[in-house]
Design a protein around this ligand. Structure first.
Ligand code: PXP
Length: 382
């Protein structure tokens, strides 16, 4: 079962190529087809010329299917990206979704369906709906795990015993969050050893321990046994984690840390910038998961650079999924910028802290969590 995608458009609009490729493969699997599928993504001029040559229609269209059926080739689907984009904009839906619809339509033709008569139209639409339903059934909404470090920051402002992050974790879980994240820093500026120890006993969802790949932290993690460790770079002077891990330069240290944690049956996530080389190395060193640093996207939100940073996240998430890694994302996400990234179906989990804790000062923690949940769980669309 192979899919060949030929991107012949000279200047294609941005779309999630890897996701598109995965949908093609899923369609073949859903239809139980063991043949090759060829996809040609073209512009309006090219599809017009194909339409003219094969169907004597001198006009562009959105999709054309050619059934082959013999030997190894099921057929070809030609899609005009120009028309797909125009239709997406007209219908006010994401371009990736319109592409998916056209792909399903072309594929349904290859399955022998047509739309010449009323009866055929109904049958074909039913089949397309079924494909769409089954494709979507495989997608799940991302989890929301909440970083409660800044509850401890407030406590440490007075070096007091409250507010207690252990208490906060219970409220966060009761509000419906999927997990608790804490960063045990070398300088213990917020979360401390006692917090991690008690949280391990009280957290009912999942405990994600963020830490540097140092000997001290590896010993602590080995004793605490969190559900997952996220390795992050750490600088004493920074206000918060400033960038992703450089897995390439620190390959040996990170690989050893992963081995040590794996021996204790602790899966490891690597916090990395949305960079292809870093994700390739993350896979090579044996990470189970990557967490994409969304800081630059968050920073660029509502500026001219937003799209560029968003696309980097979308692309790395798709590569992560294709590598078979679990994909997390976080840093700098808030009540405005989370919605766009929450639509990326390749992201399995969001790790959000500061914005939620900051809002909770005014709304209470439970409400702040529920409001973020309503954004993250709104629905995966791209
Ligand atoms: N993910 C990682 C790896 C982090 O270091 C942090 C910050 O502690 C977060 C997510 C959460 O970022 P924020 O507090 O900006 O939501």
């Amino acid at each position: 079962m192979y899919v060949f995608i030929n991107l012949s458009h000279p200047n294609p609009p941005v779309f999630n190529f890897l996701r598109f490729e995965r949908i093609c493969n899923k369609l073949l699997r859903l239809a139980n087809i063991n043949q090759e599928l060829s996809i040609l993504l073209v512009d309006n001029t090219q599809i017009k010329s194909i339409n003219n040559e094969w169907f004597n229609k001198n006009k562009s269209t959105n999709v054309i299917s050619f059934y082959h059926g013999k030997n190894d080739l099921l057929g070809d689907i030609v899609i005009s990206l120009d028309t797909a984009l125009y239709e997406a904009q007209n219908a006010n839906i994401p371009f990736d979704i319109r592409l998916e619809e056209l792909l399903i339509h072309g594929f349904t033709h290859l399955m022998g369906f047509d739309h010449e008569t009323e009866e055929q139209i109904i049958e074909m639409q039913e089949k397309e709906k079924k494909f769409k339903y089954n494709l979507n059934k495989e997608r799940i909404m991302a989890d929301l795990c909440i970083n409660i470090d800044h509850i401890a920051t407030l406590r440490q402002a007075r070096k007091d015993t409250q507010p207690d992050p252990v208490y906060a974790a219970s409220i966060v879980e009761l509000a419906g969050a999927d997990g608790i994240v804490v960063h045990l820093r070398e300088d213990r500026r917020h979360i401390n050893d006692r917090d991690v120890r008690i949280l391990r006993e009280t957290v009912k969802t999942r405990l994600n321990l963020e830490m540097a790949a140092t000997e001290e932290m590896l010993i602590i993690a080995g004793k605490i046994k969190p559900d997952i460790v996220t390795l992050v770079p750490e600088k004493r002077q920074e206000l918060t984690t400033e960038g992703g891990l450089d897995v390439i330069s620190n390959k040996e240290q990170i690989q050893n840390a992963i081995k040590t944690l794996n021996k204790k049956k602790i899966p490891v996530s690597l916090f990395i910038d949305p960079n292809q080389k870093q994700i390739e190395m993350s896979k090579e060193v044996g990470a189970h998961c990557i967490e994409i640093h969304t800081g630059l996207y968050a920073y660029a939100f509502a500026t001219e650079n937003e799209d560029e940073e968003f696309e980097k996240i979308m692309e790395i998430a798709a590569i992560g999924k294709n590598f078979g890694l679990r994909v997390h994302a976080g840093h700098g996400l808030d009540y405005r910028n989370t919605q766009r990234v929450s639509a990326i179906s390749d992201i399995d989990e969001f790790s959000i802290g500061y914005a939620i804790i900051a809002r909770s000062v005014f709304t209470g923690l439970e409400r702040a969590v529920r409001e973020m949940l309503s954004i993250v769980k709104k629905g995966v669309i791209i």
